[in-house]
Design a protein around this ligand. Structure first.
Ligand code: XLS
Ligand code: NI
Ligand code: NI
Length: 443
């Protein structure tokens, strides 16, 4: 059965004339070369299974609004999961993007036991493998949903009950192996309820030790089965819990270092989670790149006026260009990519709205990539930073960094040379103007 018959052909690059209905890419041209690589290989776009195919458009105040004939709670669960999968793969192929992402529960009915869930997952994953080979769609990452079921209300790995921990182990083992079977490039862990609602009943240190143990077990299993994708942690400061332990990139980095897990885990940065943590997305990317933990991105943004995860499609080139610049400057994605963990607004109930949301978001990323390339070739930012820190390459900088130097020796040198350093302009406005000139194409 065809679910998206209003879009008979895969969406293609159409340039400035997207044709009737506006279903064409204006900027995203997979084969266009940008900084020495195909645009498609830079951006590595993925569609997510959950918000686009498993969510009916409900919110906490109202029921589903979307026209999604494949979501049918009266049907036999496997038949319904198969219809959902057919819709998903038809969409991936028609949108013309290389990747998708999934949670175990999006793909397969959970049944009444771990055993039943596993056998449902096996069936649906075999079927997905078949669809992937037919359509050429690849898997950017898989993950396990350990936050929706009531048993996880107090967390999965950080639950006070070790039986919940063990249940989570079974779920992650199966989801990781499913991801491996589908050739996934990464495996994601978002700790949706790995945090607390109140400190009155919580032992933070105990929960951190449990989380670290869990991550260690998962990394060991990854090695045991020879999965060669990247393990990614997705930071988020809160929602649904009041406080989430994987607060932001710096917190995750410190945690990995403390528990000797650096090198086993990288980060999947979500644009809106950066906003919720009180950072810019640019900040989170720059932090991860600079500290060697950058992995992948969830491209969905928030609304600056709302304090929750609105998961909107990206639509601001100004906001994304600088983050893209950091990614490009660092050599680009290795196994990561841009996943669209995006939700349509509840009033966008038509099936074709799914196309409009993704096309606009992908074009925004493509345009931001072009700006990032222009910023890279322009060189002003890199050159300014080089100049600003040049002193650290000189004698004094080298002496300070020498582990044998003491505070007293530096004080002595400063006093002897009668140092009286003069402040220098950071040139912020000039740099902001330069970035805008590049974005506007007026350089
Ligand atoms: C929720 C997260 C979630 C992860 C995958 O806020 O973004 O969707 O990406 O579990
Ligand atoms: Ni996400
Ligand atoms: Ni999110």
């Amino acid at each position: 059965m065809e679910f998206f018959s209003d879009v008979p052909e895969p969406v293609a690059f159409a340039g400035t004339d997207p044709g009737p209905g506006g279903l064409g890419y204006q900027v995203y041209d997979p084969n266009r070369t940008v900084a020495g690589k195909r645009m498609e290989d830079h951006l590595r776009i993925a569609v997510c299974y959950w918000h686009s195919f498993a969510w009916p458009g409900s919110d906490i105040f109202g029921e589903g609004t979307f026209d999604r004939p494949w979501i049918n709670s009266d049907a036999d669960p496997i038949t319904a999961a198969e219809a959902k999968q057919d819709a998903a793969f038809e969409f991936f192929q028609k949108l013309g993007v290389p990747y998708f992402c999934f949670h175990d529960v999006d793909m397969a009915p959970t049944g009444n036991s771990l055993r039943e869930f596993k056998s449902n997952l096996d069936h649906m994953v075999d079927r997905a493998a078949q669809k992937m080979s037919e359509t050429g769609t690849k898997l950017l990452w898989g993950t396990a949903n350990m936050f929706s079921h009531p048993r996880y209300a107090a967390g999965a790995a950080t639950n006070p009950d070790p039986e919940v921990f063990a249940h989570a182990c079974a779920q992650v083992k199966n989801a990781l192996e499913a991801t491996q079977q589908l050739g996934g490039a990464n495996y994601v862990l978002w700790g949706g309820r790995e945090g607390y609602e109140t400190l009155l009943n919580t032992r933070m240190k105990q929960e951190a030790d449990q989380l670290a143990r869990f991550l260690e077990l998962v990394a060991n299993h990854k090695r045991n089965i020879g999965f060669n994708g990247t393990l990614l942690i997705e930071p988020k400061p809160q929602e649904p819990t009041k406080h989430q332990y994987d607060y932001d990139c710096a917190t995750v980095h410190g945690f990995l270092e403390r528990y000797d897990l650096l090198g086993d885990y990288f980060v999947n940065i979500e644009v809106n989670h950066a906003t919720l943590a009180g950072h810019s997305f640019h900040h989170e990317v720059a932090y991860a790149v600079d500290n060697g933990i950058f992995g992948s991105v969830d491209a969905n943004r928030g609304d600056p006026q709302n304090g929750w995860d609105t998961d909107q499609f990206p639509n601001s080139v100004d906001e994304l260009s600088l983050a893209l610049f950091e990614i490009l400057r660092s050599g680009g994605f290795t196994t990561g990519g841009f996943n669209f963990d995006t939700k349509l607004r509840r009033q966008s109930m038509d099936r074709t709205d799914l196309f409009h949301g993704h096309i606009g978001g992908i074009d925004t990323l493509a345009q931001s990539l072009l700006v990032a390339e222009a910023l890279l070739y322009d060189g002003t930012l890199e050159h300014t930073r080089d100049e600003r820190y040049a002193g650290w390459q000189g004698d004094l900088g080298t002496q300070i960094m020498d582990p044998n130097t003491t505070l007293a020796a530096i004080a002595e040198a400063a006093t002897a040379a009668d140092l009286d350093p003069k402040p220098r302009s950071g040139r912020q406005e000039a740099l902001e103007n330069r970035v805008n000139q590049v974005i506007w194409g007026t350089t």
